[in-house]
Write a new protein. Sequence first.
Length: 191
Amino acid sequence: MKKLFFLVFLLLLLFLFLPKKAFAQGTYDCIWQGTNCVTTNNKCDLNFKPDDAFCKSRNTNIACNGFKNLKCISQSSPTPKSSPVNPLCNGDKGIDTAIGCISVLESPEAFLGDILRWAVGVGGGIAFLLIVYASFIIMTSSGNPERLKAGQELLTSAISGLVLLIFSVFILKLIGIDILKLCKFGFGKPC
């Protein structure tokens, strides 16, 4: 049974962390705007552009809105390959990464805030998985008191950790700003 649970857990991790469907040239959508079908949500990469002719050929609202995540087409006059791709985001104060925009040039507080926000999300996901696993242990204990007690302890610990994680921002504000009077704690309040 443990091998089956481990296999399901690995498949879940692969499903969560594998990249989503992406096209090398980017995508765009067609939407109905007034009386025309136009391109929107342009995520075309360098040297590619939305196919205006494809959207314009859809002459009704229903035909237009049905097309999402269309592949971009090559530009007729491509830009040179030496033109740089801008990895910066957030007004050139952050770096665009796989986990989102991380502010590195703005301030150390913003950088730590971005990292902590990501870490709290991961911690919440782990707590959720532990709650599911503890519930599975309790349901399959079959009257075995040792297994039931182990499942109950794991469930109590996971819920306690989740509550602590949820209230961590409140606790940091209470201790850091209200008690210790630390001004630069990333909450935006001047002292």
